[in-house]
Design a protein around this ligand. Structure first.
Ligand SMILES: NC(=O)c1ccc[n+]([C@@H]2O[C@H](COP(=O)([O-])OP(=O)(O)OC[C@H]3O[C@@H](n4cnc5c(N)ncnc54)[C@H](O)[C@@H]3O)[C@@H](O)[C@H]2O)c1
Length: 277
């Protein structure tokens, strides 16, 4: 991709939620959207303001930061009021938000703390509903707009250490379908990218992340997809080229989701199993 970008998002504006630091998937998405001509407000939870790293991204992408807790309807209402001042109506929303409280605190799935579990679902999935609903209430989203979120294959299959986050991602993907049906009459599409394990703050909070990362790397014919390639894919989904794609979980995973086992894993595990028997 050239440094000057494709220009396919020229004239499009939006809000990008979830850039925390330069490892974040949303950070890479913001850079790619900017490169390809899109303009946006960056948003994240007020509690991360103290880290200060988002200022660098705002400067690089000529954007403004508006802090909003994605679980708060009031914060989201204020955010869209600010977005309206900058852009009038917007073309896209990127939801790149996730947090598993029980996962972080190493609570097994069979022993979930339900208060934390509710918070996990609220932050990681219901926030997508809130973000879309607040945009509809503010009447800020243009017809034919595009909404995007980030998911993981743990929504569909069991990845033992992913635990409650699998439930959160299943709900996120279901909200994507439920809204997709209702927004279709306005030509608005909503999709979820199901991304490879990626070395980010949220990713590395998962116990056994390195094993999941290496396993996926060895099984995927193309290897793991990194944040930059995810960002390039995201650009296409925000562009008019994908105007008839909606309600989908779109695998951006180097082929992982179509694999069973690969030679590399057979060889690695063959040796381990031989030693054990
Ligand atoms: N890293 C991976 O392996 C991987 C794989 C597939 C999908 N994803 C998904 O990608 C998305 C982005 O995660 P990431 O890996 O870039 O990690 P990240 O930690 O950089 O991003 C997660 C973001 O969520 C934000 N957030 C948490 N609570 C919030 C709240 N209440 N309001 C607003 N924002 C809040 C955090 O501040 C952070 O910016 C998440 O949905 C994650 O589940 C990640």
């Amino acid at each position: 991709m050239s440094a000057s970008g494709s220009g396919i998002l020229q004239g499009k504006t939006g809000v990008i939620f979830g850039a925390l630091n330069d490892s974040s998937i949303a950070w890479a998405i913001a850079k790619a959207v900017y490169r390809d001509g899109g303009r946006f407000i960056l948003s994240n939870a007020p509690v991360v303001q103290r880290f200060g790293t988002l200022d660098d991204l705002a400067e690089q992408t000529e954007s403004r930061i508006v802090w909003a807790d994605a679980t708060s309807a009031d914060d989201l209402g204020s955010l869209y009021a600010e977005a309206e001042k900058d852009f009038g109506k917007i073309d896209f929303i990127v939801h790149s938000i996730g947090m598993g409280l029980n996962v972080r605190k190493k609570k097994e799935y069979t022993e979930l703390n339900y208060e934390w579990y509710k918070k996990t679902l609220d932050i990681s999935a219901i926030s997508l509903h809130r973000i879309v609903r607040a945009a509809l209430d503010a009447e800020i989203l243009k017809d034919k707009g595009s909404i995007l979120s980030l998911s993981y294959i743990g929504a569909q299959r069991i990845f033992s250490e992913y635990s409650e986050m699998g439930d959160a991602k299943a709900l996120l993907e279901s909200i994507t379908r439920s809204f997709g049906y209702r927004l279709g009459k306005r030509g608005i599409r909503i999709n979820s990218i199901s991304q490879s394990p990626t070395k980010t703050t949220a990713g590395s909070g998962i116990e056994g992340f390195n094993a999941m990362f290496e396993f996926a790397e060895r099984i995927s014919p193309l290897g793991n997809a990194d944040a930059e390639s995810c960002a390039d894919y995201a650009v296409t989904l925000l562009s008019d080229y994908t105007r008839m794609v909606t309600m989908q979980t779109l695998y951006h995973d180097g082929g992982f989701s179509s694999m069973g086992i690969s030679d590399s894993i057979v060889e690695a595990l063959g040796a381990v199993f031989e030693n054990e028997s």
